[in-house]
Design a binder for this molecule. Structure first.
Ligand code: ADP
Ligand code: MG
Ligand code: MG
Length: 915
């Protein structure tokens, strides 16, 4: 049959001009309606006007391309013929829905109008043909409301504000002493229609058009217009959806779920979206229309008997009572239920993915109104992928590609009980996932004290710094008002696998008063606070959490991932406990063990300070003697935990002033404690002052100027390794020098370390496997990589610093303007979150090529925060790195991302071969 118009795609009868792959043009909804029609499923006939018309509409002052009016008229005529009703007919009127639908679903952003075509005249016709006045007036009541809300824009901007029509409904119900809309009489509904229209006349100054054609075009215009309402624009910005995609409009014959008790409407999933369990899962309402299910007007009923029984059991309802009060679709409509099962299975097989469907039952007949890929939790995503591979709907690689790597992190932390009530007072950045509850405290010391007393805490700070580490270590969660996703709080918390909400600008943190407030709610010291690090929500009071479980499906899925990936996966871990967690999550080594955290621990910090205050090498060596046994014990702990696997230990990196107090009163308090005078301490502090510490006296520069420090650290490492060897435990330390920019720096320090090795290990040294390598984090090191690699045994890209230095952008100060850069399209992503492929990646490429040129055996990894970011992991795969290292809780994320990178590479190779 001939097309109605180049931009109109008809479906119904024997025609389906669109397909699911045309979602760019038809929107997700329109494309899949066409696909369902082409599969001969029961879809009410209709047509979709393409997104191109929406773009045209905006570019041409809200007008339509040539011939569209006639095309739409022909489309309506075709529906009329199929349905045996006429649009606007006073005896047997056709009613339609006008539905919006973009390429990707934008929930709640755009609108749909149902029952369009009803007027004071046609409503009488509908009443007569259906022989059901209640149905006719219920439909008219619904139409007036939706038309008023959507087309005449009376829907309140904010979700929390009451809908004016709902208010009138509620008043009517109260007046009649009924609680359900079904209890309203025909006269009540007639009155409501009159009241709705009064309201519309008062608020808009005109009535709902009594000409169905006019209604149709106003509704089409309103749907196109809704693409650019404020809500939709804000949503797109937030979700990176281009403004020029536009929405499609689908005009479709109505089917009625509100004709009586042999009618219903519902939504269902082909598998449980929370757990992934196979089997139809969903809800429906008897005698209702689509929007009622979502709106929660009545409590919906379960579709399957199994789910119905389970839910009744949960609510303590006996089987007899359930059967009477909450019959399932399986019981009420057995034939329809079987048909729905068949259609579900067919759609799932067709789309090879879990589907989320809308349906309506009109007088015992089933109609499908929508299908799309169903949203699901991480748990469900993994289970569904594994099950579908088992069912041969996917192969293993296909299954691995189905799960978003970042989603996996959700599975490893406790989560808020989805059934619990919560009072969200503010929203910050979801810096580190998990869900935790604890007493609000405002300093690290306070955190230690309260936790010491056996109570959980949330550490609330404007921002955190290394001095807060001991508090962060004991806190359940960390909340900051300032800083971005790579602020100190965020990075450290992720490293610790600790829940963190960062940069929550809505917070007022008042240290003096010991209180934090947001949006009118005040939480005082000792009062409970809950954080959701996966959403950034800050919640007043306690909320129940649920523990994560490693399902057999998860284990299997991760084994599949391991079989595909080429990249090794290590973890960044500073403590034996972190190392243990990392190993459980599948880490194959430690890629970064930072030693400065060991220096910060309460009993050691004073010895560290004495070392800094030392006036000569001898004094310094003496102070280091005190620290040595403690460091050795740390290394024993971590090397033991990682027995048989490599552990990269970075020698001291931060500038020394980070270990000294900043505030005047702190200096005064500390001096006597460490056996010195205020004046001396003050002088040392002032002497260590740097204008730009990031580029100051730190990293290997410390080792060059104070050789004793690195030598002592090396000794602790070798002694730890020998101690373990005597216990029959294999330790594989890899000593890493930070901030190297020149081969000579490396040669001097490596020489000194090897000297220590000879002293400690004696001639038995040959039996200890150790290596010395460098972090590559200064651009110069990338350009000198051939030189450095001639001496170094491994490279590890420190991409936090490398990014800072490549961009000339301070990670701690850039939050203020970075957002603007992203908003104005200069940077696509925060380069501290996702590795910059062109600039930083370009330097890495040079370093890898040069390095491997002079050292064929050079091992290359990455230990920056990027090692846990899926897109960055994929880049590392393409660059040919040997491994990535990330925080323990991201290890499974990295394992999956690495597998996907390998699969994607194989696919592109195959595509090239095909050409
Ligand atoms: P949303 O994108 O908000 O889900 P929809 O266009 O899917 O909007 O429609 C809202 C509700 O109305 C859904 O429950 C849908 O199933 C129902 N609906 C839409 N069109 C029709 C129709 N032609 N007949 C019956 N119900 C419909
Ligand atoms: Mg829908
Ligand atoms: Mg660094």
């Amino acid at each position: 049959m001939a097309r109605l118009h180049p931009e109109i795609y008809f479906f119904g009868g024997k025609i389906a001009e669109g397909r699911s792959r045309m979602r760019d043009l038809l929107g997700g909804k329109g494309a899949n309606l066409a696909e369902m029609a082409s599969l001969k499923l029961p879809v009410p006939p209709g047509f979709t006007v393409s997104t191109r018309v929406c773009i045209y509409f905006y570019q041409h002052g809200s007008s339509y391309p040539k011939g569209l009016t006639q095309g739409v008229a022909k489309g309506i005529a075709r529906i009329e013929k199929l349905m045996g009703r006429k649009f606007g007919d006073r005896k047997n009127p056709l009613l339609v829905s006008v539905r919006s639908g973009a390429r990707v679903s934008m929930p709640g952003m755009m609108d749909t109008v149902l029952n369009l075509g009803l007027t004071d005249e046609t409503v009488n016709g509908l009443e007569a043909v259906s022989n059901n006045p209640r149905f006719a007036w219920d439909s008219y009541r619904r139409f007036c409301q939706m038309y008023g809300d959507v087309v005449l824009k009376l829907k309140p901007e904010k979700k929390t504000d009451p809908d004016p029509f709902e208010e009138l409904m509620d008043r009517k119900k109260a007046l009649r002493g009924v609680s359900q809309d079904l209890d309203l009489t025909v006269d009540d509904l007639k009155e409501l229609v009159a009241e709705f229209r009064d309201l519309i006349r008062r608020r808009v100054g005109r009535d709902i058009p009594q000409d169905p054609q006019e209604q149709l075009w106003e509704a089409i215009g309103a749907v196109f217009g809704s693409w650019n309402n404020e809500r939709a624009i804000a949503y797109r910005k937030f979700n990176n959806i281009p403004d020029d995609w536009g929405t499609a409009v689908t005009v479709q014959s109505m089917v009625f779920g509100n004709l009586g008790s042999d009618c219903a409407t519902g939504v269902s999933f082909t598998r449980d979206p929370a757990t992934g369990e196979k089997g139809i899962y969903g809800e429906f309402l008897l005698n209702a229309q689509g929007e009622d299910v979502v709106a929660g007007i009545r409590t919906p009923l379960q579709i399957s008997l199994a789910a119905g029984r389970k839910s009744a059991e949960r609510n303590g309802i006996g089987e007899q009572e359930r059967k009477a009060a909450q019959p399932t679709l399986e019981e009420t409509f057995p034939t329809v239920y079987r048909e729905l099962l068949k259609i579900s299975a067919g759609l799932e097989k067709h789309f090879r993915d879990m589907q989320d469907m809308e349906f309506t039952i009109e007088r015992g007949r089933l109609f499908m109104l929508q299908t799309r890929t169903g949203k699901r939790t991480a748990e469900a995503a993994v289970r569904i992928a594994v099950d579908m591979a088992g069912e041969r709907l996917l192969d293993r690689r296909g299954a691995l590609m189905r799960v978003e790597p970042a989603q996996l992190e959700q599975l490893l932390h406790p989560q808020l009980d989805p059934k619990a009530k919560k009072q969200v007072i503010a929203r910050g950045l979801p810096a580190s996932p998990g869900a935790v509850t604890g007493e609000a405290v405002f300093s690290a010391d306070e955190a230690v004290a309260v936790v010491g007393a056996g109570r959980p805490v949330i550490l609330v700070r404007l921002e955190t710094s290394p001095e807060d580490i001991h508090g962060m270590q004991v806190a359940q969660g960390i909340l900051t008002a300032r800083g971005g996703m790579t602020s100190h709080a965020a990075v450290v918390a992720r490293g610790m696998g600790k829940c963190c909400v960062a940069g929550c600008g809505e917070l007022n943190v008042d240290y003096a008063a010991g209180a934090v407030s947001a949006n009118g709610v005040v939480i005082r010291r000792g009062e409970y606070l809950t954080l959701d690090g996966s959403t950034g929500e800050v919640i007043a009071g306690r909320v129940a959490t649920v523990e994560p479980t490693m399902s057999p499906a998860f284990e299997k899925f991760m084994r599949w991932a391991d079989a595909e990936r080429r990249l090794g996966i290590r973890a960044n871990a500073d403590t034996p406990n972190d190392a243990k967690v990392a190993r459980e999550f599948g880490a194959e080594g430690i890629g970064l063990c930072r030693t400065e955290h060991m220096f910060f621990e309460a009993e050691r910090i004073d010895a560290v300070r004495q070392m800094i205050l030392a006036e000569n090498a001898e004094q310094r060596a003496r102070a280091l003697e005190k620290i040595l046994p403690m460091q050795r014990a740390d290394f024993v702990g971590i090397l033991k935990e990682m027995a048989g696997l490599p552990v990269t230990i970075r020698l001291l990196d931060p500038p020394l002033h980070e270990f000294l107090p900043k505030e005047e009163h702190e200096i005064r308090e500390l001096a006597p404690k460490i056996g010195t005078t205020y004046e001396h301490l003050k002088k040392v502090c002032d002497g260590l002052f740097e204008f730009n510490p990031m580029l100051g006296h730190r990293g290997c520069r410390l080792g060059i100027t104070y050789p004793e420090i690195y030598k002592a650290q090396a000794r602790a490492i070798f002694e730890a390794a020998t101690e373990l060897r005597s216990q029959g435990i294999k330790a594989i330390p890899e000593i890493m020098l930070p901030l190297i920019g020149d081969r000579k720096e490396f040669d001097i320090l490596a020489g000194e370390i090897r000297e220590v090795a000879r002293t400690v290990l004696g001639n038995k040294g040959a039996r200890l496997t150790y290596s010395i390598g460098t972090m590559i984090e200064v651009p110069r090191a990338c350009m000198e990589a051939d030189q450095i690699a001639a001496s170094a045994e491994f490279f590890s890209f420190g991409t936090n610093d490398l990014t800072q230095m490549t961009y000339g952008l301070s990670r701690d100060d850039s939050a203020k303007f970075l957002y603007t850069y992203i908003e104005r399209g200069i940077y696509k992503k925060d380069p501290f979150q996702e590795l910059d492929a062109d600039g930083v990646g370009g330097l890495m490429k040079i370093a890898i090529e040069l390095g491997r040129k002079t050292n064929k055996k050079l091992k290359i990894g990455i230990c920056g925060e990027h090692g846990g970011d899926p897109a960055s992991v994929k880049l590392c795969h393409r660059l040919g790195l040997d491994y990535v290292s990330c925080s323990p809780y991201r290890v499974p994320v990295a394992r999956l991302a690495a597998a996907q990178a390998a699969i994607e590479q194989r696919q592109t190779k195959r595509e090239f071969k095909d050409i």
